[in-house]
Write a protein that binds this ligand. Sequence first.
Ligand SMILES: *[C@@H]1O[C@H](CO)[C@@H](O)[C@H](O)[C@H]1NC(C)=O
Ligand SMILES: *[C@@H]1O[C@H](CO)[C@@H](O)[C@H](O)[C@H]1NC(C)=O
Ligand SMILES: *[C@@H]1O[C@H](CO)[C@@H](O)[C@H](O)[C@H]1NC(C)=O
Ligand SMILES: *[C@@H]1O[C@H](CO)[C@@H](O)[C@H](O)[C@H]1NC(C)=O
Ligand SMILES: *[C@@H]1O[C@H](CO)[C@@H](O)[C@H](O)[C@H]1NC(C)=O
Length: 415
Amino acid sequence: MSSLKLLLLVLFPTFTATQQLPSDPGVAGPPLEIVHLYNDQWPTGITVSQDGRKFSNYPPGLDANNTNDGSNGKYTVAELIGSDSETPYPNAEINSPPGGAINYTTYPPTGANHQTHLIGVQSVVLDPLDRLWILDTGRALTPDGVLVPASYGGPKLVCVSLSTNSVVRTIVFPPTVAYPDSYLNDVRFDLRGGGGVAYITDSSSEGRNGIIVVDLGSGESWRHLDGTPEVRPERGFVAFVWGTPLYYIPSPGQPLTTAPLGADGIALSADGQHLFWGSVGGRTLYSIPTERLRDRSQNSELLAQASIVNRGQRGVSDGFETDSNGFIYAGNLEQSAISFYNPKNASTSMFVRDPRINWSDTLSVGSDGYLYFTNNQLSLGSAFFPGTDRRQRPFVLFRAKLPENGSRVSLLDGL
Ligand SMILES: *[C@@H]1O[C@H](CO)[C@@H](O)[C@H](O)[C@H]1NC(C)=O
Ligand SMILES: *[C@@H]1O[C@H](CO)[C@@H](O)[C@H](O)[C@H]1NC(C)=O
Ligand SMILES: *[C@@H]1O[C@H](CO)[C@@H](O)[C@H](O)[C@H]1NC(C)=O
Ligand SMILES: *[C@@H]1O[C@H](CO)[C@@H](O)[C@H](O)[C@H]1NC(C)=O
Ligand SMILES: *[C@@H]1O[C@H](CO)[C@@H](O)[C@H](O)[C@H]1NC(C)=O
């Protein structure tokens, strides 16, 4: 080596072109398949029927562009047609409340009170009998981005028969169960024993978090775990999605805060004995024996609080889902992934990871052995970045094959 070359190497050390540094592969688990592209309204929920029909919802409580004003044709529930179009479900009329989703005759404006029309739907879920349940928060954003409180008649569960495509049942929540500033987020069904039971998370960004229980036989509903730390967001919690820290603006003109989103994702264990949930503003997975939630006796709330189980860390997630292996799936948004918790070994593992995942919102196991999930870029919308909208259409419905022949669970008598 010449002395000049040696001098250069000492002054400017270089690495050989063949040197390989370890790097994040970004991908793990089964391949993602694209099922549907959403080019129009912004979706959250997805549910897939036994024969493969697919339904989504488009919450006006999270995107003002989803708010129906009585004449703009916006829908809050749709059936997916083909691979890239959607049609209002069960029909356009129910999706278009007379006068719109917001009642501007009150001051300040409030959610419209129509029991016969959809105001602001945050979730659509098929029950074990393949009936479509529509969870209406009764709330919507004004064009200025103000989330109006609900009025009695808005917050409700609406049941639609897939064979007749018509409403067969409406359960309206009293204001003592769905508060005006509640945000009914997601729902799961156990149809064993009598009429069955529904469990709902209240993710309210105003702090009214809790779990709502509905007796589907009588239509009665009640709350448990109201305001307990496990259903609340963690104070000061900051998620990092796609490398970006997520702060939050509660409404226009207000100062930044950390994500104030409480109990959101929800799933029943495969045997229906435990209900799992987690806050968006936190990484912990919690569960409670479902009998503690159904109990309405004098000591039932004390017993419920005393029976919450901390199942460890799951990551940051929105939707949850269950399969026949007993696995509890949950988004792992900071890892561009979906993880699952196995109750048999009390640990969380990676299911699928892909750089295209930039907010896995709602998960739904199909009878075909696939996990379907919407990817909707929620954290790039105006709630986290006020005055800006960094979302890029299309939003995507993906699916991935479940491990160990996993499939849909049906909590139904006689199975
Ligand atoms: C709202 O909808 C209009 C018309 O569909 C569209 O041009 C616009 O980009 C949408 N805005 C947002 C923020 O999604
Ligand atoms: C709007 O609010 C007024 C005053 O509370 C009420 O009388 C009316 O029924 C409401 N209409 C709708 C559609 O919510
Ligand atoms: C727990 O079980 C799952 C599913 O069988 C497995 O993939 C995972 O590695 C297990 N975790 C631990 C820590 O043993
Ligand atoms: C998020 O991922 C989807 C694919 O799933 C992609 O179409 C979209 O462009 C991504 N969003 C951004 C802001 O890059
Ligand atoms: C999955 O199903 C296939 C076909 O029925 C079977 O051969 C295989 O053993 C099953 N695998 C597991 C892990 O159960």
